[in-house]
Design a protein around this ligand. Structure first.
Ligand code: SAH
Ligand code: SF4
Ligand code: F3S
Length: 463
């Protein structure tokens, strides 16, 4: 008999990828994914611990799941509630104490053990598993059975050894681990055979990749990307999230040499002040970051950048904040994420003096976001009138044949009344309107379907 599985996912793309893997492994146990928890036999919250708000949402959601579980129990049907992901890893059995109706708590490194954990929970045990087992879950998880679509995510690296003083990731995901290249290439080939044209290589610290190569040597990310570019059918390659320190010469050169490597890079910097970067243990200065940006622009002049920023880290003064603003003005980003510093229990930052008040954090965030949003609008507007190759990877829900996709520069583009046959294709789109978060246009009638459209060293033409 098929059982119903509900998974809700918070946090980074890594969690999204993990949720897919959990669904795959549970499919082999007869679970079918459903969109609502109402009648589910197994409810999993795949959680994020990065900021306090994210963590609190988990407990409010658990309350809702509890009522579904109780409603089912009244009908004599058992249901299981599980907390997975980084909150599970960080809080462990505290969750079981705080929420008596939770059956399972397990961290990101033990998803391959789901079958035995479910067996224990079905037998009435409350399961907690926050181990970092010696074996890699990637060796144990089933291979992708289902197509992800035109744009596929493949996890290549997990964990982090950087220990930025604000961040929980090294504790929740553990030490850096790189999957062997052959395993990654196999997964990409399977997705390509099922229609994927774009691959997003994922990792918490993806450019620290150093996996066992197919030839017996250790491969860095540049070497891996070159191998991915050789997979038949793959037109576009991206990777995230990178650390400035790990942008090595080969990787920078790859941006100029490999047409399939898209001209967009998410490169979190967090702050523009050397003093704060040092307190954050980022292991780089502002000048180092500027230099990386300049070298990437030299390799690929049209490359677009996005970043992450934290405002209000302990000790941050007005001057430090101004250094961040100045960095943003100088570089010019195409899109960015910015956050108020959230002290995380157990991280060095949480014990630092010089706490910045909420009011000042609000003011700094407002000023920074105002600037970043302006840059993003200006960036998108500069594309009006140009023709861009867009890989259509999503369908709109307006019912008017709307297709959505991305430019090489990672901007979202939608086209209304597009023929369905263009889904999954890279198509020339004439950009007509620009918004804060994307652009819209019409399919260009000449040369509609393209392959491998990205041209290094050539700025996108604005007509
Ligand atoms: N591995 C990536 C991303 C880690 S988490 C990196 O090296 O940058 C994603 C973003 O969340 C970070 O880049 C940072 O900007 C933000 N973040 C992490 N911890 C935070 C905290 N305690 N408070 C506020 N923002 C935080
Ligand atoms: Fe967190 Fe820093 Fe590692 Fe990124 S590099 S995951 S911010 S510790
Ligand atoms: Fe969140 Fe864990 Fe990702 S804390 S950002 S889900 S690595």
């Amino acid at each position: 008999m098929t059982k119903k599985l509900y998974i809700k996912t918070w946090g980074c793309q890594m969690n999204v990828y993990d949720s897919k893997k959990m669904a795959d492994i549970l499919a082999s146990l007869g679970y079918r994914a459903v969109d609502e928890p109402d009648d589910a036999d197994l409810m999993i919250l795949n959680t994020c611990h990065i900021r306090e708000k994210a963590t609190e949402k988990v407990f409010s959601d658990l309350g809702r799941l509890r009522s579904h579980k109780e409603a089912k129990a009244e009908k004599g049907e058992p249901a299981l509630i599980a907390v997975a992901g980084c909150v599970a890893q960080a809080e462990g059995d505290v969750i079981l104490d705080r929420a008596k109706y939770v059956d399972m708590v397990f961290g990101p490194q033990v998803y391959h053990k789901l079958p035995e954990m479910i067996l224990q929970a079905t037998g009435g045990q409350r399961v907690v598993n926050t181990d970092f087992p010696p074996e890699s879950k990637f060796d144990e998880l089933p291979v992708d059975a289902e197509a992800q679509g035109p744009s596929a995510f493949v996890s290549i690296q997990e964990g982090c050894d950087k220990f930025c003083t604000f961040c929980v990731v090294p504790y929740t995901r553990g030490a850096e681990y790189s999957r062997p290249a052959a395993q990654i290439i196999d997964e990409i080939k399977r997705q390509a055979d099922m229609g994927a044209k774009e691959i997003m290589l994922l990792g918490q610290n993806v450019n620290a990749y150093h996996g066992a190569g197919a030839d017996g040597s250790t491969w860095n990310l540049a070497r891996l990307i070159a191998a991915v570019a050789d997979v038949s059918g793959i037109e576009r390659i991206r990777y995230m999230t990178s650390h400035p320190r790990d942008m090595d010469d080969e990787l920078i050169a790859a941006h100029g040499d490999l047409p399939a490597l898209m001209p967009f890079l998410h490169l979190p910097v967090q702050s523009g002040s050397d003093r704060i970067l040092d307190l954050m243990n980022r292991k780089h200065t502002a000048a180092f970051y500027f230099d990386i940006i300049a070298r990437l622009r030299a390799a690929r002049p049209d490359i677009a950048f996005s970043s992450d920023f934290i405002v209000g880290f302990p000790g941050e003064t007005d001057e430090d904040h101004e250094a961040t603003m100045e960095m943003v003005r100088k570089i010019g980003f195409s899109s960015c994420y910015s956050f108020k510093y959230s002290p995380r229990p157990g991280t060095p930052g949480a014990a630092m003096g010089g706490i910045v008040s909420e009011k000042i954090k609000d003011e700094r965030l407002y000023a920074l976001q105002d600037l970043l949003m302006q840059q993003q609008r200006d960036y998108n507007s500069s594309f009006i009138g140009s023709v861009q190759p867009v890989l259509f990877d999503r369908r709109g829900n307006k019912g008017n044949g709307q297709l959505l996709g991305k430019t090489p520069y990672m901007q979202s583009v939608y086209v209304d009344d597009a023929p369905e046959r263009l889904f999954g294709q890279t198509v020339n789109v004439r950009i007509e309107k620009a918004f804060q978060n994307g652009m819209s246009g019409t399919v260009d009638t000449t040369e509609t379907i393209l392959t491998n459209t990205s041209t290094p060293n050539k700025k996108a033409e604005a007509a």
